[in-house]
Structures are given as structure tokens and as C-alpha cells.
Write a protein that binds this ligand. Structure first.
Ligand code: ZN
Length: 137
């Protein structure tokens, strides 16, 4: 898989130095999802109060795409309202469909834009975002 060098560096940085990896107590909203085609699995926990995603953490294992995406997603949605978080998820899914997407509020996410050229990996990249949507519902 050939990705732009800069993008690759951003992805590997999130993979090797994951943000927000860990768990909260049992009170947090918990979503477990997996992507059987690649073997990725994620357990996402969200703390949502007054319509705001106060905090987000995840554990799991999988390829660099799925894990870096989870790291970026949890970082990007912290402090956002539920509506803003869903808007981010929406923009991410457009980007995976080949659309233009800008993430001025969290530019690292754009590093995953090249994944849309590799259909088999799109599920890796969207796993964390699907977990987010499920958790907010
Ligand atoms: Zn994967």
C-alpha cells in the first residue's frame, strides 16, 4: 500500500504513540466492534454529558490504519458536542467515498484520505468512527 510519505508518518505516529488508549469505569458508554476481514477490533468508551463528548478512550488491536484512526478519532471528538462529533464522522465517511474532506479542526485525520484508494482497508479506517456513531446513538 503506497501512501504519501507525510501521511504515512502521521499514521505511524498515532499507531506507535496512541492518544487516549485506555478505559474508564463501567459507567461509560461502551461499544465493541470488529472488522473480521482484517482482524481489527476496538472497544470504545465515551463519556457524554449534557450533549458533549467529554472524554473518549479505546482499547483494541489491529492494523496501523484501524488503530491510528481510533487514536485520531478519540482525540478529535473530545470536547465536541454530539452534533459536531457526528458531523466529523459524516465528513470522514465522505472522505472514504473519495470526496474532498477538510479537517481544519484536526488535520491529522486527512492522513487517512489515501485509504479510499484501497477498498479493502476502508473498513479498517471507518471502524472507530462506526463505533463512535453507535455510542452516540
Ligand atoms: Zn485493518
Amino acid at each position: 500500500m503506497q501512501l504519501d510519505d507525510l501521511y504515512r508518518r502521521v499514521i505511524m505516529d498515532h499507531y506507535k504513540n496512541p492518544r487516549n488508549r485506555g478505559t474508564f469505569g463501567d459507567d461509560a458508554v461502551t461499544v465493541n466492534l470488529n472488522n473480521p476481514t482484517c482482524g481489527d477490533r476496538i472497544s470504545l468508551q465515551l463519556i457524554i454529558e449534557d450533549g458533549v463528548v467529554k472524554d473518549a478512550r479505546y482499547t483494541g488491536e489491529g492494523c496501523s490504519i484501524s488503530m491510528s484512526s481510533a487514536s485520531m478519532m478519540t482525540d478529535a471528538v473530545k470536547g465536541k458536542t454530539v452534533g459536531e462529533a457526528l458531523d466529523l464522522a459524516d465528513r470522514f465517511s465522505k472522505m472514504m467515498k473519495g470526496g474532498d474532506a477538510e479537517f481544519d479542526d484536526y488535520e491529522d485525520i486527512e492522513a487517512l484520505s489515501g485509504v479510499n484508494k484501497f477498498p479493502a482497508r476502508i473498513k479498517c479506517a471507518t471502524l472507530a468512527w462506526n463505533a463512535l456513531k453507535k455510542g452516540i446513538e
